[in-house]
Write a protein that binds this ligand. Structure first.
Ligand code: GCO
Length: 451
């Protein structure tokens, strides 16, 4: 094992989200999110009703983080647990839960990073305004952010407003693969813009409620390459890259949406308020990057407005080798060089922002062997991506932490519990945890830091 070396104050953490691990979906005043509604709508879908049961027992996992030597933990607050109707009356028991969770982390010297929105939109706001499709919800999100920060801000200093606005907007409102499973390009762009507006409004409220807070956003960044070097595919890849990535990066860091994408979708534009882009581009303390894989785009005549197509996740080819590239069980390419290239791209194109890798990890088919899980593919995966991250830091990337997705196996959205991402295995019947070989590797890697 070669131990990738990072600076002395580098953060090693894991990332999770409320709906994927908490369970307790209808306990102590929590009201449904759109994901409760979506998963309950079909008996064929796994649900987050129990998940990893951390609403009733977070201490087991915090103890494991401590044993593995992890010094930080990224989790999300469930909006409908704190504000059951999404606005108005605060649920004291909901806030109390996160209060206890934060205190338990701090006792173990684990630095909490709190994501305020990880897709679990309160159903009440979906019903009233269409969630972020309604401009009003941007303001209600800022109200919610202030409620949480006022309660936890004396101990939590690292705040992430949104997780992956592209996924919530595109998968939930254009492609229909996530809750609320809509297919409407007008709605997609409203949700995309209003999420960023909510982000900008929340940044202001967080800073007012907690002056020493550090505030950022987490974007999934998926580098898009042309399928061929034809001029048509090259042009298509540029529009696709703007659709996936620079719509959010440029909105936040440049206060404008990128062309030609923005011009090509002009018939779909939501109302943009006079001050919206100024609010959206308020300065941040850090950018959270979720990196999993690249995609390839090609020009197609039949895609309205966008004129490109991305072959997308090859989940059908899980854990196989396609064109010489290995893929994970959730159909993502294993290509550590892509992480290095992305970090160098951000350094070059966005003035070397202060970065955390807020998610990177892989699903592989894991089998319990007694008390062990010999997940050698995940060990190799983490070795490769950690090496790439350390290389990027040596070459000047402003990277200050790496959050593995995920601590434990958990609910993987449309893939349910069939894919396992954890460095800790979960037996969902007994809720017992088993540290995988990859978890032991992480512990050894952290112990081997000499910075
Ligand atoms: C995402 C989400 C996580 C996923 C993880 C594995 O990036 O899609 O933030 O909730 O579970 O990435 O796919």
């Amino acid at each position: 094992m070669t131990v990738p070396q990072f600076p002395r104050d580098f953060l090693f953490g894991t990332a999770t989200s409320a709906y994927q691990i908490e369970g307790g979906w209808n306990v102590d005043g929590r009201r449904p999110s759109i994901w409760d509604t979506y998963t309950h709508a079909s008996p064929r879908r796994d649900t987050g009703d129990m998940a990893c049961n951390t609403y009733h027992d977070f201490q087991t996992d915090i103890n494991l983080m401590s044993v593995l030597g992890l010094n930080s933990y990224r989790f999300s607050v469930a909006w409908p647990r704190v504000l059951p109707e999404g606005r108005g009356q605060v649920n004291a028991k909901g806030l109390d839960y996160y209060d206890r969770l934060v205190d338990a982390l701090l006792v173990k010297n684990i630095r909490p990073f709190v994501t305020l929105f990880h897709w679990d939109m309160p159903q009440a706001l979906q019903d009233a305004f269409g969630g972020f499709a309604g401009r009003e919800t941007a303001s209600y999100f800022a109200d919610y952010a202030e409620v949480v920060v006022r309660r936890l801000g004396d101990r939590v200093k690292d705040w992430i407003t949104l997780n992956e606005p592209w996924e919530h907007a595109a998968l939930g409102h254009l492609l229909g693969e996530h809750a609320p499973a809509h297919h409407n390009p007008w709605t997609y762009l409203k949700v995309a813009h209003h999420q960023l507006l909510g982000h900008g409004l929340a940044v202001e409220r967080i800073r007012a409620a907690c002056p020493d807070a550090r505030v950022g956003i987490t974007l999934s960044l998926t580098p898009i390459l042309p399928k061929t070097d034809s001029p048509q595919d090259v042009a298509a890849a540029k529009v696709a890259d703007q659709f996936f990535n620079t719509f959010y990066l440029d909105g936040i860091y440049k206060g404008q949406y990128p062309d030609p994408f923005w011009s090509q979708v002009r018939w779909l534009h939501p109302h943009i308020g006079a001050d919206d882009m100024q609010v959206i581009s308020r300065p941040l303390d850090f950018l959270g990057v979720n990196f999993y894989s690249r995609e390839y785009a090609r020009a197609v005549w039949w895609m309205p407005f966008l004129r490109f197509w991305v072959d997308g996740d090859l989940s059908a080819s899980g854990e196989k080798v396609v064109n010489g590239m290995p893929f994970t069980a959730s159909g993502r390419e294993v290509y550590p060089q892509g992480l290095y290239d992305l970090l160098m791209y951000l350094k070059r194109e966005y003035n070397n922002p202060f970065l955390y890798l807020t998610e990177n990890g892989a699903a592989f088919t894991d089998h319990l062997d007694g008390e062990r899980v010999h997940d050698e593919k995940r060990v190799a995966y983490l070795q490769g991506y950690m090496d790439a991250a350390a290389h990027a830091v040596r070459d000047g990337a402003n990277l200050h932490g790496y959050f593995i997705w995920s601590l434990t196996d958990n609910f993987e959205w449309s893939l349910g519990y069939g894919t396992r991402f954890g460095i800790v295995y979960v037996d969902y019947v007994t809720q017992r945890r088993y540290v995988k070989d990859s978890g032991l590797w992480v512990k050894e890697m952290i112990c081997g830091q000499t910075g």
